[in-house]
Design a protein around this ligand. Structure first.
Ligand code: GRF
Length: 177
């Protein structure tokens, strides 16, 4: 039985899909860098311990990273799962958890790293978009890919419609991984 911690920044729908999937493991905590993350309520409703490490409380990225790492280590997880966690993590933090830290990203990596991936995909005119689960390395959205799901782009898609169909696939892919 693996112990895992989920890191979020906002809505937390991927977190919910992980918590509701009946995974053979225990979610030890959900940690947010934002006190107003809607996903914190979703975790608490499910009886999961929550914590907030607010990045605005720290003057330097390294200090935030150290506090976050200490909070994670308190729960002694086997796996750290980033699910809509929107802070860039420093190299020292990433190395500490490398090989046991995963992220879900809403594009078919290596295409469209970073933010606004659906807008990027529409602007590029690709016919296939999707999502990727990858190991986290110091290269932003650049670690080894574990699994992907493809989503065809439709002629009448806008950012919202495409994002919605990709998100539905994210909710299936991450628990499967
Ligand atoms: C998802 O699309 C995820 O892939 C990306 O940010 C979004 C977070 O959504 N990194 P949610 O908080 O899981 O609902």
């Amino acid at each position: 039985m693996k112990r895992y911690v989920i890191l979020i920044s906002g809505r937390g729908s991927n977190m919910e899909s992980l918590l509701d999937a009946g995974l053979p493991g225990t979610c030890a905590a959900v940690i947010s860098n934002r006190p107003d993350a809607a996903g914190l309520a979703g975790a608490a409703t499910r009886g999961i311990l929550t914590a907030v490490i607010d990045h605005r409380d720290f003057a330097a990225r390294e200090e935030f990273d150290a506090a976050l790492a200490a909070e994670i280590e308190r729960h002694a997880p086997d796996l750290v799962l980033l699910a809509g966690f929107m802070r860039i993590l420093g190299d020292a933090f990433v190395r500490r958890f490398e090989g046991r830290m995963l992220n879900i990203h809403p594009s078919l990596l290596p295409a469209f790293p970073g933010v606004r991936t659906h807008a990027q995909a529409l602007a590029a005119g690709v016919r296939l978009h999707g999502c990727s689960v990858h190991f986290v390395t110091p290269a932003l959205d650049g670690g080894p890919i574990v699994a992907q799901a493809a989503v065809p782009v439709q002629a009448n898609d806008d950012e919202a419609s495409l994002a919605g169909r990709v998100l539905a696939e994210e909710h299936l892919l991450y628990p499967r991984v």
